[in-house]
Design a protein around this ligand. Structure first.
Ligand code: E4P
Length: 217
């Protein structure tokens, strides 16, 4: 399972990269705004800064919603750095754009996916990644993990190459459950990754080892 961090915060990206388990980064317009990154030039520069920190794919989302503009914007994003994956929303023109980019060998991440039908369409269009938002489904009393399981089933039926990128991860149990189901990638906050470290028996066991070592020395 690949681990992506879902943030535009450079300090957190560096911290995750230094842990040695990071495979990529996802961003979206809200995450960029949260870091105060505004204006086209600043946003493009920020994507390059992220690519220079992380070894792996960096999703950069188009703002355009019509086909022609998505192509123009997506090509500009893809030209920024070889690690860029163009993030395209699951709308009709988005599906057409994914097909265009796929034919050109430009990698895409189909975002804002909330149903198996949408995931099937993204795979048919040739998306490199599909991003089902599990946390946002959980927020409205719908089982987000079940969506991951259903997409896994459908993709395996037909051997689609599209990778399932479980997105909108809110906590560590989401990461573990997605791994059990077989999601190819998860993207979440740093806390969801660091939560995997924690166990009270590790802490108490280490404290005891150190205490016993001190007694003998
Ligand atoms: C995915 O790529 C999105 O950036 C993200 O996971 C959305 O998560 P949220 O629902 O916590 O905003």
């Amino acid at each position: 399972m690949k681990f992506f961090i879902d943030t535009a915060n450079l300090a957190q990206i560096k911290e995750a990269q230094e842990l040695g388990v990071l495979d990529g980064v996802t961003t979206n317009p809200s995450l960029m705004a949260k870091e105060g990154i505004t204006g086209r030039d600043n946003i493009l520069k920020h994507y390059v800064d992220i690519c220079n920190i992380v070894d792996g794919d960096v999703s950069a989302e188009v703002i355009a919603t019509d086909y022609e503009s998505m192509i123009k914007e997506g090509e500009e994003l893809a030209d920024l750095h070889e690690q860029i994956v163009v993030k395209i929303p699951m709308i009709k023109d988005g599906v057409k754009a994914i097909k265009y980019f796929s034919d050109k060998g430009i990698r895409t991440n189909c975002t804002l996916v909330f149903s198996v039908g949408q995931a099937l369409l993204a795979a048919k269009a040739g998306a490199s990644y599909v991003s089902p938002f599990i946390g946002r489904l959980d927020d409205i009393s719908t089982d987000g993990l079940n969506l991951i399981a259903e997409i896994r089933h459908v993709y395996d039926n037909y051997d689609f190459g599209t990778e399932i990128l479980a997105a909108s991860i809110r906590h560590t149990m989401h990461v573990i459950d997605c791994a059990k189901i077989g999601a190819d990638v998860m993207t979440g906050p740093l806390s969801s990754i660091e939560g995997l470290l924690k166990h009270p028996l590790t802490d108490s066991g280490l404290a005891k080892f150190l205490e016993d070592y001190q007694k003998g020395n």
